[in-house]
Structure formats: C-alpha cells, structure tokens
Design a protein around this ligand. Sequence first.
Ligand code: GDP
Length: 198
Amino acid sequence: MDIKNAVFVVGNTDVGKCPRDGFPEYAFIGRSNVGKSSLINMLTGQKGLALTSSIPGKTQLINYFLINNEWYLVDLPGYGYAQGGKQKRRTLQRIIDNYLCQRKKELTCIFVLIDCRHNPQKNDTEFIQQLGGNGFPFVIVFTKIDKLSNKSLKENIDVYQSTLLKNWEELPSIFVTSSERKIGRDEILNYIEEINKT
Ligand code: GDP
C-alpha cells in the first residue's frame, strides 16, 4: 500500500470523542519505549507524526491518524508505564479498556508491539491473554530487530511463541520490524491493505 496521506485528526483520553465516520481502525499498542512512535512514523513515512519518547511532555492520549482517507491508525497509550506510579497506570489501563470495549465495531486489528530483546513480560502476556480471551483480532509485532543477531531473534521469538502456546492452541500472526532499518513496513501495510479489501 502506498501512503498518499496521513493526517492527525484527534487526540484525547475520552473514547466518546473518537471519530464517528466508521472508517476501520488499526490500533498500535505496547509498553512505553517499545518503539511505537518510531514504528508509526516509519509506516506513515512522516518523521514527526507520532511524538517519540525523546520529546519531553509526551502525553498519553488516544491519537487518531487518518490514512489515505480510508482507515485510521490509532496510537494507543503505552501500558505498564512506570513513571507516575500505580495511579497513572490504572488511569491508562482504564483508557485502553474503554477504547477496546467501545470501539469493537471499528476496531479491525490490534498490533501488539513487543521489544524483541526482552523475555516475555507479565503485562504483555496478560494483555495478549485479555485480547485473545475477548475475541479481539490482534497480531504481534516484534520491534527493534536491528538490535539482535538473526540467531538471537529467532531464539527470542521461539521463547515467546512457546509461552503463548501454554495458553493458546493457535499462534497469532507475527511481524518483525526495525524502524531504524525500515524493516517490516511493506509487510504491515500490505496486511492492512488485504484486510481493507475484504
Ligand atoms: P514509544 O515510547 O513506544 O513510542 O517508543 P519510541 O518510538 O519513542 O522509541 C523509544 C526509543 O527506542 C527511542 O530512543 C528510539 O530511537 C528507539 N527505537 C525505536 N525503534 C527502534 C528501532 O527499530 N531500532 C533501534 N535501534 N532503536 C529504536
């Protein structure tokens, strides 16, 4: 898919204020610092579209970007956010839960981002469990693969898959990406294009 245009539409914490035009939504989520903003910027081909962590005061909103006047890329707040403590984590969790519950109709696929260097983390696997258990369509995106050798990447993905297989008979689709090296862009965009056609 060619990205002809990518426009920031709205950012808020109130799901009630999300767009009402019914375009399909593709949501991106992951732990803080997983590389979500960098991935969104790589996918859209616009460097400053999503604010990366290096920008002070980065807010934790639900950000909507309209792509090609056809679909929304939805940037969800990072979960497991350490700074700000329990209260902040709870608030973010509520925003995410509200989004998932109230946008079921529009929500076409959730891209769960995982830093490929880390062992399975409880809040990631619990979130995946929550998605699978509630029948949400989702895929897993391993980020920052430029940071690992092919061998280590394969080992880490194997560990992840074995962990997931403890609870699931079927594994979700997997994408491997590096925003640094522009890896995985076509695969994700083509995946979205295929779904949009159906
Ligand atoms: P976010 O908090 O999930 O939005 O993460 P950011 O996109 O802001 O990235 C967090 C940090 O990881 C920044 O320092 C990025 O430069 C770095 N980063 C993001 N993606 C990649 C990648 O593909 N490769 C490498 N080497 N670093 C990355």
